[in-house]
Design a protein around this ligand. Structure first.
Ligand SMILES: [Zn+2]
Length: 287
């Protein structure tokens, strides 16, 4: 059964480790992540962006697929199904469809409007025991062009949003979605420490987990980050393994064209990437 992300993240915050959010795109992705979590006795958060939700034929399809797998694969570790960077309407749709966690990304609204909409969603989600992630200040991304410093949140605004009663808070600390530019200046630990000081026991979320050096990840966890989002890294691993299979001509040998064979190396590559991240984040055997 899906669970809210609240309890697993509060445990992570207290235990000074982080739970990975791994975004899913299809059946192979979902199965690879769930099996890896179970094999390593780790809690896990499955992230679904609105785009990926559309691609997978809507939130009902996603909920049906994930719940089916939890049962058939006998998954007993805590699993949350979480909307990633949701709009207000998207968050409501996921609450209806049976997600156990949502992120409302109101970071592009003025802070007052972000607060208003976040409050409303906390109320609606709270009635169903669904956890809520909010975001303060845009996190940098490739769509914003190459910005070496990334986006940095205002700690006072973080405190305002945290006080609304969200379960986890994403705040820009120089992190960037997608691949990091060569001139990236690194995570801003001064700002992270300040946010942590003001928000106390609130689990903090680090977006854009792909390509942040391991030592910076560890420092971020020690400063209160309890959830780390990984998306691009699994995509790169899947693509590289699939390319290798095709370039070796394996799809032309015997029944190598069978999708169950063609997609197997990519599936294994996702599993290896997820396990590596769980080791780095410290979530193994924390289920
Ligand atoms: Zn993000």
């Amino acid at each position: 059964m899906l669970v809210s992300a609240k309890e697993m993240l509060n445990k992570a915050k207290a235990g000074k480790y982080a739970v990975g959010q791994f975004n899913i795109n299809n059946l192979e992705w979902t199965k690879a992540i769930l099996l890896t979590a179970q094999e390593n006795n780790s809690p896990v958060i499955l992230g679904v962006s609105e785009g990926a939700g559309k691609y997978m034929c809507g939130y009902n399809t996603v909920v049906g697929m994930v719940n089916g797998m939890l049962e058939t694969l006998k998954i007993t570790v805590p699993v949350a199904l979480h909307l990633d960077h949701g709009s207000y309407e998207g968050a409501l749709a996921c609450i209806d469809a049976g997600f156990s966690s949502i992120m409302f990304d109101g970071s592009h609204y003025p802070i007052e409007e972000n607060i208003e909409k976040t409050k409303e969603l906390i109320r609606i989600a709270g009635e169903k025991g669904i956890s809520v992630e909010a975001e303060v200040g845009a996190i940098g991304g490739e769509e914003d062009g190459v910005v070496g410093g990334g986006e940095v949140a205002d700690p006072a605004e973080c405190k305002m949003i945290a006080d609304l009663g969200v379960d986890m808070l994403a705040a820009g600390i120089g992190n960037i979605h997608g691949k990091y530019p060569a001139n990236w200046t690194g995570l801003n630990f001064d700002v992270l420490a300040k946010i942590q000081e003001l928000t106390g026991t609130m689990p903090l979320v680090l977006h854009g987990g792909t390509g942040i050096p391991a030592d910076m990840i560890k420092t971020a966890i020690s400063l209160g980050v309890s959830k780390i989002n990984v998306n691009t890294e699994c995509q790169l691993a899947f693509a590289a393994a699939t390319r290798e299979y095709v370039e070796a001509g394996k799809d032309l040998q015997g029944k190598g064209f069978d999708p169950r064979k063609l997609l197997a190396p990519g599936f294994e590559a996702i599993k290896a990437t997820v396990k590596e991240k769980m080791e780095l984040f410290g979530s193994i055997d924390k289920a």
